[in-house]
Design a protein around this ligand. Structure first.
Ligand code: XMP
Length: 528
């Protein structure tokens, strides 16, 4: 396996993605792990990531000494190259002036990393690479034993190598897709230079994960909070495959789910997979506690807290049922969640609190079972399909834990939730039905997240001979690859027209439909 040390770049996760795409297993850890950690991890190679390095302190981040003592190949990327240079006796010129974007790099000498990899050759026969750069600081003097591997006019040392030690470093970012040969370079590094076999695939993963879960859990009982979302569904299916009836799923219906969601989840898990599922009907309790509350963060807190309470009560009940009582709490935590909260070097501001079930394991005194911890979202989906979950469920848009609670602006009233569920159902139905001719895909698949927002304001309309005075909804559809930034989707007018007329005709109480044309940033995806 490969160890990626994170110096806090926004794109460190992409390094892991590219490595996994080469079918090599890897993990991201903070740049300041201990020497012992590295020894125990026993990586076949180490990759040093870039950094947002913008302050003097950031420039002090270094790789642990064990990296250089491990005797394995090391690849430094951007800041990773600079720290490699500094630590091994070269020189770096620090500067606050950054250069961003496309660049053409000339490959120098012959190195195992670049040989046979190029985008085009110049008239003189130099191999050239089209890359994406983001630098200001640069290496100005090679460390002893290193040779020049790449250069550009503004960055004479854009790549360097010490092939005896198998150390390579590049100033540009091979992990982003704008660097056309980036995936090829990373594959070259992990497979040919580090000698990893490239045999990490999903089918084997199921067998391995099932064996691992059985060994971990033994004959003890497990409970899992099933939300109907992709992650908890795939986790449930995987654990059920491993231990069958030792798993009890608890599905809490807080009354703020999409239309028919409850029935669908029960049909799938209890009906088709024959898993043990407890369906808790808690709409009244949740809505009761939300009465009169308008602040979004307050609403999130209440929903999170109630969820924990309901879940705890169910867990306690299960003990009483002649059951041995669960010893494990299973969660659908996936790799990006782990990295985001793992205290890596990147410091990300909390814009909204996204934690829905905080504190559960501690208060329940349960051990945590998180079988998806090592997987990216698309790997989780692949796994879901391999486990036999329906395509539509596995490729669903994300749905936030607080559900419609943050899509009804201000106070959450039961009658608002009813109107919103029906309007949203129409929007999603039409997105699933409408195929884009250019791509052959449905607009549901062409958007990353789409939903309807209920606005508690009334506007005037006219229907038949009468005047109406009813509520407004906004349609929101975005395209994004990471949900950190997002563009509003350019849905076809014909589709918007159909959705608008269906909502206004079919949902009595709504007489106006608007479309949200704000990107993130500065807007967020959800309205609250
Ligand atoms: P924003 O609105 O911050 O959303 O641009 C980014 C992504 O996060 C989801 N989101 C949440 N998910 N609990 C969740 O589980 C929350 O409280 C929450 N708030 C936002 C949002 O749907 C989008 O996918």
């Amino acid at each position: 396996k490969i160890l990626i040390l994170d110096f806090g770049s926004q794109v460190t996760q992409l390094i892991a993605r590219r490595v996994r795409e080469a079918h090599v297993y890897c993990e991201i850890h903070p740049n300041d792990v201990s020497d012992d950690f590295i020894k125990t991890f026993a990586p076949k190679a180490i990759i040093l990531s870039g950094s947002h390095a913008s302050t003097y302190e950031d420039h002090q981040l270094r790789a642990p000494q064990a990296v250089w003592d491990a005797g394995v190949p090391v690849l430094g990327i951007c800041y990773g190259m600079q720290t490699m240079a500094v630590q091994l006796g070269g020189k770096v010129e620090w500067s606050d002036h950054r250069e961003f974007g496309y660049a053409e790099v000339r490959a120098r000498g012959h190195t195992k990393l670049f040989d046979g990899i190029e985008d085009f050759a110049t008239a003189e026969g130099h191999g050239m690479l089209k890359v994406w750069m983001s630098h200001g600081d640069k290496v100005t003097e090679l460390p002893p034993g290193f040779k020049l591997m790449a250069s550009t006019p503004s960055c004479p040392i854009a790549g360097m190598a010490n092939e005896d030690k198998r150390y390579y470093a590049v100033q540009f970012h091979p992990e982003v897709t704008h660097t056309l040969q980036g995936a090829a370079m990373l594959t070259r590094f992990v497979r040919d230079i580090a000698g990893c076999r490239g045999d990490w695939i999903m089918g084997d993963y199921i067998a391995e994960a099932v064996a691992h879960i059985r060994a971990q859990v033994g004959d003890e009982e497990v409970i899992l909070g099933l939300s109907g979302g992709v992650d908890s569904s795939v986790a449930a299916a995987l654990i059920h495959r491993a231990i069958g009836d030792q798993l009890t799923c608890v599905f809490v219906d807080h009354g703020l789910l999409r239309l028919n969601e409850g029935a669908m989840v029960m049909e799938m898990f209890a009906g088709r997979l024959h898993a043990k599922v407890v369906h808790v009907e808690a709409a009244e309790q949740f809505l009761g506690h939300l009465k009169g509350v308008t602040d979004p963060e307050q609403k999130r807190k209440i929903i999170g807290r109630e969820f924990v309470e309901v879940f705890q009560a169910e867990a306690a009940k299960l003990k009483g049922d002649g059951n041995k009582g669960a010893k494990w709490l299973a969660q659908g935590t996936i790799y990006p969640d782990v990295v985001e909260s793992g205290g890596t070097a990147s410091k990300k501001a909390t814009i909204k609190s996204h934690h829905n079930v905080g504190g559960l394991p501690e208060t329940l005194g349960l051990k945590l079972l998180e079988p998806l911890r090592e997987l990216f979202k698309d790997e989780v989906r692949e796994l879901g399909v391999a486990l036999g979950l329906p395509h539509d469920m596995v490729y669903r848009h994300p749905f936030p834990g607080p559900g419609l609670g943050v899509r009804i602006l201000g106070e959450v009233k039961p009658e608002f939730a009813e109107l919103l569920k029906r309007a949203d159902h129409i929007f999603i139905e039409e997105l699933r039905k409408t195929v884009d001719e250019a791509t052959g895909k449905t607009w549901y698949d062409l958007t990353s997240q789409a939903f309807t927002v209920f606005l508690p304001v009334k506007s005037v309309g006219v229907m038949g001979d009468g005047r109406t005075y009813d509520y407004v909804v906004a349609l929101r559809a975005v395209q994004t690859s990471d949900f950190m930034t997002a563009d509003w989707a350019e849905l076809p007018y014909a589709l918007l027209k159909k959705v608008s007329s269906r909502i206004i005709n079919e949902v009595r109480g709504i007489n106006r439909v608007t479309y949200d044309v704000s990107s993130k940033p500065p807007a967020t995806i959800e309205w609250e």
